[in-house]
Design a protein around this ligand. Sequence first.
Ligand code: NAD
Length: 494
Amino acid sequence: MTAIAERTSTRYPDVRNYIGGAFVDGNAGQYLDVTNPADGSVISRVPLSAAGEVDRAVQAAKKAFPGWSATPLKERVQVFFRYKTLLEENIDELAALVTEENGKIDSEARAEVLKSAELTEFACSLPQIVAGEVMEVSRGVECRVERYPIGVVASIVPFNFPNMVPNWTIPNAIALGNCMILKPSEMVPLSAGRIAELLREAGLPEGVFNDVHGGQSTVEAICDHDGIEGITFVGSTRVAKVVYRRGTANLKRVLALGGAKNHLIVMPDAEPEMTSSNVVASMSGCAGQRCMAASVMMAVGKSDHIIERMTAIVRAMVPGKHIGPVISREAKQRIESYISEAEKGGAKVLVDGRNFVVPGKENGYYIGPTLIDYVTPDMRIAQEEVFGPVMTIIRAKNVDEALSVQQKSRYGNAASVFTESGGVARYVMEKASAGMVGVNVGVPVPREPFGFGGWNESKFGVGDITGRGSIEFWTKSKKMTTKWNKEAGVNWMS
Ligand code: NAD
């Protein structure tokens, strides 16, 4: 059994669903091409699964649930100790797959797989973390809380981290006793098949993890299926709202992470070398296709020396070598139109990544890293998610003016301040309207046990998707009160 069917003339055969421990063809017979963004070549085809295939996966997961949920947590995490080792042992191949389907450069793809291993490490510590909530409430009377898995759950993921984002949910949800259906992005479906193979190799029983590939109608079938108790979603705000509304209307618990527009506030006292390199890395890493990428730099006061340094760093970057392509031709066109519109509106393009061609990869979807100065807060590029290697610079007179732009954003994933002043740093950390804030850090991703999750329209639902914050989502608690003494007396609580 392999992740992919035997036929086809593409580099990889057709992607297959993984249901009940076996790779199976999609019944619906509808396929979409999978493209390598670096050269535009079609590398595989992905099935667009219909409600019937979602149901097959749910039935397989339901069948596996009684056995898996009754397995002690200590035994369940043994699978993830082995899975973590397998991720590390197979990093060359897993990273190459990410590069091929998503386009990110090798070092970024490796970092993504290493982060998956780190996330799995957290799941391995769950027995210690969920242990013990017991209280003596009276003589011989105690209350305790125990956690139970919620059942069959679904995880719907985006294109930008084909290996890591699935691993935000797989280790914790499954180690806590749930059975899962993963719905990978139809643009990057290859990594999910290898993840299924590695979980099987690690000893995960059949049916506990399933892949169902597809797009909108597959997601709708997940939201509507009675057998699914909980859904996590990671992707754009537009679709996060759809999934949150439809899933909760069907009485499921839903946690839906949406898009982002992250502001970096750069104060004039910021250390110039560190600040400029961190700001550029934040906006250009993974070609700007990170929900934690800096998108707006609020340049406070006299910060021209930092902008000049950033310009030099950006000019020295070589697309194809230091920065990969964006995901699709449509994404490239969308990003370039944001730049053109801002320029027409009076902004100054300091470094222009439009119409960038990488020799030998003329059909790739490359955009060079771009810096645009003198953007005003009312411009579309200042307000909407661009999701490309573009830094919009807005000038501000003081920290409050900079903060007020950040606070008005509809999103609230991340925000950072670059300064040498502890007082200013603390002020921004308190006032920023975002779920993840940083000081002198361009990409303030919290490490587990802290959970990943934003505010405002960057997240719908309660809790975080990783770390300790995810435990509440993946489990239901049972509160137990016991009395083991022979006293017959009662009080008003009895
Ligand atoms: P997307 O919203 O287009 O797709 C996400 C998932 O939803 C995919 O599996 C896709 O098949 C499905 N989908 C797409 N359209 C749908 C529809 N109309 N109805 C139902 N399902 C649909 O997102 P994307 O382009 O794959 O990923 C990029 C987005 O993800 C960005 O907005 C980025 O900020 C966001 N993102 C957010 C986080 C976070 O933690 N907040 C993390 C990573 C990515």
